[in-house]
Design a protein around this ligand. Structure first.
Ligand code: PYC
Length: 309
């Protein structure tokens, strides 16, 4: 029977399941390991029901490649992700819990899309510096029956996003199901029209950012993730992609603090700085350890790969 030790955290309400055990078949660079993991349908069972639920992001800890504290491959029930911001805040919190994060507070993690620097602050909050982020398409229009026409930007922050700045459905907790329906239809329409990120990469996240009624918070947001769930946190890679768009349009200055709230009340603050490679975002939020356990995958269990979709 396969068994995996895991540590669960939530970052501003969004869960991460950190896999502590190694796997003998995961060799090569993290990008290669990510491709190998894509072939294993049982990996879905680590995060999907009945062991998890659709909001879970998995973070498989890997041996460090250089001076990093660890390598990490993120995945959700739909497959491996490039990067995950809330997940990185969860991983740093989990490593600190295990006594594996540097006492100085600063450390590095390697992900399949690049190296991340992170700081654990004395108040327990975690700040991460993501990979350079960029906008690739502006004012892309899609029409969805029943909702009308949307105009949004295609941008990258470690994953690919379609970002909208208005919504016919109000961003309140009571509307989460409706928002999931609408953003799923938008994503389907992007796929139908063949709209992609650079190199044909699939746009698997849809993000809505609208002005917040509270003047101390810049935007309220909703993010559809590849698994079909909404991100309960303000989404780290989505924040990165969004900041790159705002910076391109001169709507945010380098170093200006930008505060976002998810529909369920999770808060991130973020800044951005320009580099030759793109806009480098820094994102700060909080995570908590919620469980330490061992998952079992018995050979006769029909749901080792999760419940059917
Ligand atoms: O925080 O980057 C993020 C993220 C991606 C998917 C869910 N959360």
């Amino acid at each position: 029977m396969r068994s995996l030790r895991v540590l669960d955290t939530h970052t501003e309400g969004e869960p991460t399941r950190i896999v502590l055990d190694d796997h003998p078949d995961l060799t090569g660079t993290l990008a290669e390991q990510r491709l190998v993991m894509k072939q294993w349908d049982w990996v879905r069972g680590v995060v999907a029901e009945p062991r998890g639920y659709d909001a879970f992001v998995g973070a498989w800890l890997r041996p460090a490649e250089g001076d990093e504290v660890a390598g990490v491959i993120y995945f959700d029930a739909a497959g491996p992700l490039g990067m995950c911001g809330h997940g990185t805040i969860g991983v740093v919190t989990a490593l600190a819990h295990l006594g594996r994060w540097p006492e100085s507070g600063e450390g590095h993690l390697m992900t399949p899309v690049g190296r991340i620097t992170a700081w654990r602050h004395p108040d327990g909050s975690v700040e991460i510096e993501n990979i350079p982020s960029r906008r690739s398409l502006k004012d892309v229009k899609v029409t969805v029956p029943g909702y009308g026409e949307f105009t949004g930007d295609v941008a990258y922050g470690g994953n690919w996003f379609y970002i909208l700045h208005e919504s016919p459905v109000e961003l309140i907790p009571a509307n989460r199901r409706e928002l999931l329906r609408m953003t799923s239809l938008i994503r389907d329409e992007l796929h139908r029209q063949g709209i992609t990120g650079d190199d044909g990469s699939e746009i698997d996240h849809v993000e809505i950012c609208v002005p917040h009624a509270d003047p101390t918070i810049d935007v309220r947001k909703f993010v559809l993730c590849p698994s079909g769930a909404d991100d309960r946190s303000p989404c780290g890679t989505g924040t990165s992609a969004h900041l790159a768009c705002l910076a391109e349009d001169g709507q945010i200055a380098e170093g200006q603090v930008f505060v976002q709230e998810s529909v369920t009340g999770g808060l991130f603050s973020a800044t951005v700085r320009r580099t030759p490679e793109g806009w480098v975002p820094r994102i700060r939020g909080r995570a908590w350890v919620t469980a330490e356990s061992t998952l079992h995958f018995a050979p006769d269990d029909p749901y080792v790969a999760g419940l059917p979709e």
